[in-house]
Design a protein around this ligand. Structure first.
Ligand code: HBI
Length: 363
């Protein structure tokens, strides 16, 4: 039995290296980091965040570090070499962590990059790594495996499906995610539109949701960071009569207000989505989720109860599910978010993870 934490911790968060917090380029990690900081500070733990300059993560204090951003890991092939740009912000963030580590009980890494894992044995302070995506490259798989072998319990993931993309998946700590549900308003009377939310990039499969909108002629509202403008142009050219609108990247308060009015959220991941934060945000507003049966959303959506799970890459399957949205009781969607994905539930899971990791570190 792992003893619970016996006192509040001083925790240093090392953010993702692909964008400033608040830019949207960090994808789900930005919201995850903020929610984890909130869940822990509500339990009297002290959180300090280290992130690229220009980062905002109110109300937490952010140490901004200048330097060149990393290229996104998901845009490289499995045999991609490790790339460190000149003046890498990642290297500078970790040099800062090295200098201040004796002021903290724990470091938590949010970057899906080689360096933080490689540096783990060089630190005196224990490091917990939140791995935010599934297996992408051999180099990353190798360094994460090396870390979990040397530091059992140090790797946290969002879902079992994500863990299972790694050969060492059974040794990962599955955390789910947690949200401040007071920020999400339940909407019982939706308008006609469907919603799609995420970085506009090929691995998110937006074109399938657009194809389904064109077939059903149901309006589709699209929100998210415009990561790949060429990809977006191609979709518009391919589906000229689809009733779609791109409405930009919205911060949580504005997003949840607009998302809540939608009849359903459509999730079309081409890859093993590690979790699917937007699925929880939709459920929290009472919005049913139609998702490909692939990755994290399969562990979130209760098929036929809080949404529909669809044959992966099947536009016909999406169309069929869209026809059955009204069979879903929107109140059950909100109830599921409250039962499994609140900040309290996530705070419990985080403290269990840290207690186990710190106990290991002491032995
Ligand atoms: N790529 N190299 C790199 N580092 C990251 O931290 C990273 C990434 N791609 C995407 C990403 N983080 C996040 O958007 C997802 O983990 C959610």
């Amino acid at each position: 039995m792992i003893p619970p934490l016996d006192r509040p911790l001083r925790v240093l968060f090392l953010s993702t290296s692909v964008g400033a917090l608040g830019s949207g380029l960090g994808g789900g990690v930005e919201l995850t980091l903020h929610n984890m900081a909130q869940a822990l500070s509500e339990r009297q733990h002290t959180i300090v965040i280290v992130a690229p300059t220009g980062s905002v993560c109110a109300p937490f204090s952010v140490v901004g570090i200048a330097g060149a951003l990393q290229t996104t890991a998901q845009s490289e092939g499995r045999d991609a070499a490790i790339i460190m740009p000149a003046n890498a912000v990642l290297a500078r963030m970790w040099d800062y962590a090295r200098q201040v580590q004796d002021q903290y009980d724990l470091v938590v890494n949010f970057a899906y990059d080689w360096l933080p894992f490689y540096l783990t044995p060089f630190f005196d302070c224990p490091i917990a790594h939140l791995v935010s995506m599934g297996s992408l490259t051999d180099a990353m798989d190798g360094i994460i495996e090396q870390t979990i072998v040397q530091f059992p319990g140090s790797i946290g993931v969002h879902s079992r499906a994500q863990a299972d993309t790694f050969s060492f998946g059974d040794r990962c700590h599955v955390l789910g995610n947690g949200f401040d549900l007071s920020l999400y308003e339940f909407c019982s009377a939706p308008e006609q539109s469907l919603a799609w939310v995420g970085r506009l990039a090929p691995e998110k499969g937006l074109e399938d949701a657009v194809a389904a909108a064109q077939v059903t002629q149901t309006p589709l509202r699209i929100w998210g960071a415009m990561q790949d403008p060429t990809y977006w142009q191609q979709i518009q050219q391919q589906y000229p009569t689809a009733p779609i609108t791109y409405e930009g990247f919205l911060p949580t308060a504005a997003l949840q207000k607009a998302l809540g009015k939608c009849r359903a959220l459509i999730m079309t991941p081409r890859w093993v989505e590690a979790f699917g934060n937007v699925a929880i945000e939709a459920l929290a507003c009472g919005v049913p989720v139609i998702a490909y049966r692939r990755g994290g959303p399969t562990e979130i959506v209760q098929d036929g109860k809080t949404g529909w799970l669809v044959e992966p890459d099947s536009v016909a399957g999406l169309v069929e599910a869209i026809a059955q949205i009204d069979l879903i009781d929107r109140r059950l969607c909100r109830q599921q978010a409250e039962a499994e994905y609140s900040l309290t539930a996530m705070g419990d899971r985080l403290e269990q993870w840290f207690a186990a990791l710190l106990t290991q570190a002491r032995t």
